[in-house]
Design a protein around this ligand. Structure first.
Ligand code: URA
Length: 426
C-alpha cells in the first residue's frame, strides 16, 4: 500500500536539509513518473537536492525508486555470465566498441544498452549506425539469441528501462541540475542495475572534455556508483581516466568505427589499445575469467571475428565501405614546437559543429563528419605541418568549428606528461 504525501512537504523537507524517508522518495518518484506531480514541483525538489546533497541511504532509495518505475532485465535463460561497461562520456571515446567484442570472445556475454550523443560527447549508437544496415533496435528475444550465439550486443535501451530517469534527466537538463554527483550516480546506476548484468565497470572520465572537471569530483562519482552497484548485488568497479585530450586519433561516427577496426585488427593508437585491454581484464576478472591474454585476442583475430558476427547479427554489413564526408579542411601548425595542448572539449565541440553530433534530441547526425588527429599531444611539429583534418558534408560549418578548435591547440617548448588512468575504485 503506497502512502500519500504532499509534494510541497517533501520539497520543504529537502530544502531545509532533512533526510527523505524511503516512503517519501518512493512517493515522489512514482507520482512524478505518472504525471501526478508537475515539472515545477519536481524541478524545485531537484534543486533542493542539488544544493543540499543526499545521504548514502537517500541515494540508494532514489536509485531503487527509479529502477522500480520500469522493468528489470534478467538473463536467467543464458548459460553465460554477463558483464557490462559504461562511460560517463568523452571525446573520441569509442572504447565500448572494441571492448564488447574482445570480452565476448572469451565466452562471457556483454549486453550493452547504450545511448546517443548529446552535446559535444559522442554516442555509441550513432557510431554503430554509421555501418550500413546496422540496427540498434533489438527486442529482448532477439537480444538473448544474439548473446547466446555471438556473446555481445549493443542496442538502444527500451522505453521501460528506468522511465523515471528519462523524465527526471530531461528536466535536470533544462534546470541546471545535471552536474550533481548524487543525481548523476543514481541516474546512471538506475539504468545499469535495471539492465541486469552480473558485473559492471565504469569509465569515469575526468578533464576538460568530461562531465567531471576535477579528480576529486570524479573519485566521488566513481565511489558512489561502485557502492550503489555492490550494495545492489552487482560486482562493480570503476577506473578514473583522462579526458583532457581526445582518446585515439579519430573523432566522429564513421571515423571512430574505422579506428575500432584498426584496434580489432591488432593495431590502433596506443591509448585506445591500453584502455581497451585494461577494461577487458577488469570485466573478465569479475566474470570469473582469470589471467585472460586480451592482447593476444586482438592480435590473432578472435575479437575481430566476434565483432563481425555482432555486426551481421544486428543487420549490418561488416565488409561495406564506411561513409565518408564530402569535404575536408586541414589545420596546420603555426610554428615549430611541441603540441602541448590538444583540448578535448575544443575538439569535441568542433566535431559536433562539423555535424557529428546533434543540437537537440532527434536531430540527424552526419556519419562521415568529425576530426582526424595527425599530431596528438606531445608530438614535435614544424610550422606548416598538418595537425588535424576536419571532415563534413556541409563545408559552411568549417568556420564555426574552427572557432572552437583553434584556441584548443597550443604549441610550446615541451608538453606535460599524460596520465591515462588516475585511479581504480573497487
Ligand atoms: N549520464 C546519465 O545517464 N545521467 C546523468 O545524470 C549524467 C550522465
Amino acid at each position: 500500500m503506497s502512502q500519500h504525501f504532499d509534494a510541497v512537504d517533501v520539497i520543504a523537507a529537502k530544502r531545509d536539509g532533512r533526510e527523505l524517508s524511503t516512503a517519501e522518495t518512493n512517493y515522489v518518484i512514482a507520482a512524478y513518473t505518472r504525471g501526478k506531480i508537475g515539472d515545477e514541483q519536481f524541478a524545485a525538489l531537484n534543486m533542493a537536492i542539488y544544493l543540499n546533497g543526499m545521504t548514502r541511504r537517500e541515494i540508494v532509495d532514489w536509485t531503487n525508486a527509479m529502477i522500480d518505475s520500469g522493468t528489470r532485465m534478467t538473463y536467467g535463460g543464458l548459460s553465460k555470465v554477463t558483464t557490462d561497461k559504461h562511460s560517463t562520456g568523452g571525446v573520441g571515446d569509442k572504447l565500448s566498441l572494441p571492448l564488447g567484442s574482445l570480452v565476448a570472445s572469451f565466452g562471457v556475454a556483454v549486453p550493452m544498452l547504450s545511448g546517443r550523443g548529446l552535446g559535444h560527447t559522442g554516442g555509441t549508437l550513432d557510431k554503430l549506425e554509421a555501418i550500413p544496415g546496422f540496427t540498434v533496435d533489438i527486442d529482448s528475444t532477439r537480444m538473448m539469441q544474439v548473446l547466446d550465439e555471438v556473446g555481445v550486443i549493443i542496442a538502444a535501451a527500451g522505453a521501460d528501462l528506468a522511465p523515471a530517469d528519462k523524465r527526471i534527466y530531461a528536466l535536470r537538463d533544462i534546470t541546471a541540475t545535471v552536474d550533481c554527483v548524487p543525481l548523476i550516480a543514481s541516474s546512471i546506476m538506475s539504468k545499469k542495475i535495471a539492465a541486469g548484468a552480473d558485473s559492471l565497470v565504469f569509465d569515469v572520465k575526468v578533464g576538460t572534455g568530461a562531465f567531471m572537471k576535477n579528480l576529486d569530483q570524479a573519485r566521488e562519482l566513481g565511489r558512489t556508483m561502485v557502492d550503489l552497484g555492490n550494495d545492489a548485488g552487482v560486482t562493480t568497479r570503476a577506473l578514473i581516466t583522462d579526458m583532457n585530450t581526445p582518446l585515439g586519433l579519430k573523432i566522429g561516427n564513421a571515423l571512430e568505427i574505422e579506428e575500432t577496426l584498426d584496434v580489432l585488427a591488432g593495431g590502433g593508437p596506443a591509448d585506445v589499445v591500453e584502455l581497451t585491454c585494461r577494461f577487458a581484464r577488469e570485466m573478465l576478472e569479475m566474470a570469473g575469467v582469470a589471467d585472460a591474454d586480451v592482447e593476444a585476442a586482438l592480435k590473432d583475430g578472435r575479437a575481430m571475428d566476434t565483432w563481425r558476427a555482432m555486426v551481421k547479427a544486428q543487420g549490418g554489413d561488416p565488409d561495406a565501405p564506411l561513409p565518408k564526408a564530402t569535404d575536408t579542411h586541414e589545420v596546420v601548425a603555426e610554428k615549430d614546437g611541441v603540441i602541448s595542448q590538444l583540448d578535448a572539449l575544443a575538439l569535441g565541440v568542433g566535431s559536433w559543429r562539423l555535424g557529428a553530433g546533434r543540437a537537440k534530441k532527434g536531430d540527424p547526425v552526419q556519419a562521415g563528419a568529425g576530426i582526424e588527429i595527425h599530431a596528438p599531444l606531445g608530438t614535435k611539429v614544424r610550422a606548416g605541418q598538418k595537425i588535424l583534418t576536419l571532415h563534413t558534408d556541409t563545408p559552411e560549418r568549417f568556420e564555426h568549428a574552427l572557432e572552437a578548435i583553434t584556441p584548443g591547440i597550443t604549441i610550446s617548448e615541451d608538453a606535460p606528461e599524460r596520465v591515462l588512468v588516475h585511479d581504480r575504485i573497487a
